[in-house]
Design a protein around this ligand. Structure first.
Ligand SMILES: Nc1nc2c(ncn2[C@@H]2O[C@H](COP(=O)(O)OP(=O)(O)OP(=O)(O)O)[C@@H](O)[C@H]2O)c(=O)[nH]1
Length: 188
């Protein structure tokens, strides 16, 4: 409350992925610090949390969306004024990894951009014995997209806060691209 409004930045994040990969669980763990074991399909919920990143306060609005399938239509609501995306798959579901490829393509089509700030999240890392997606595969895909990736467990609160720190960093990078001299950045 004491920080000046001038030092606060507003950011809007959308959390997308197939059904039941743990989108709500991640958001609830991050914003409310608890894990919900039961499964209630989400229609849509918005949460707000203040994050400190590099000396600035970010008031982050997090849109927890309904699980997507290949027929879901990305609405303007999911793309306009959204600064960054959390794309979630479950390490125990190969099809959920395929789904984030579809979703990312839809975002790029919709926005007309070549790249958008996003973090690729492999959730349910505690279900290692049911693993269908290796860590390397997740990393390879994220590398192709020039995006950071992390494996998380909403259940055990592992790496959950890291998702949002990484995404704020990506959003800031996109807003203030470094004056690049070494190559390797995306030129659009
Ligand atoms: N073992 C384990 N289970 C999890 C984890 N995260 C979520 N779950 C469980 O997976 C189920 C689905 O979780 P949700 O958070 O509702 O998934 P969602 O992606 O929001 O689902 P939709 O609203 O249908 O899109 C629930 O039973 C959760 O308890 C996790 O990290 N580990």
């Amino acid at each position: 409350m004491s920080s000046s409004a001038a030092n606060q930045r507003q950011r809007r994040i959308a959390v997308l992925g197939a059904r039941a990969v743990g989108k709500s669980s991640l958001v609830i763990q991050f914003c409310e610090n608890h894990f919900v074991d039961s499964y209630y399909p989400t229609i849509e919920n918005t949460f707000t949390k203040t994050i400190k990143y590099r000396g600035h306060e970010y008031v982050v609005e997090i849109m927890d969306t309904a699980g997507q399938d290949e027929y879901s239509i990305l609405s303007s609501h999911h793309a306009s004024s959204v600064h960054g995306y959390v794309l979630v798959y479950s390490i125990a579901s190969r099809s959920s990894l395929d789904m984030i490829k579809v979703i990312r393509d839809k975002i790029l089509d919709f926005t007309g951009l070549d790249n958008v700030p996003c973090v690729i999240v492999g959730n349910k890392s505690d279900l290692n014995i049911q693993r269908q997606v290796s860590q390397e595969e997740g990393k390879e895909m994220a590398e192709q997209w020039n995006s950071p990736t992390v494996e998380t467990s909403a259940k055990h609160n592992e790496n959950v806060a890291k998702i949002f720190d990484m995404l704020i960093a990506e959003i800031e990078k996109a807003n203030n691209p470094p004056s690049e001299e070494k190559g390797g950045c995306i030129v659009s």
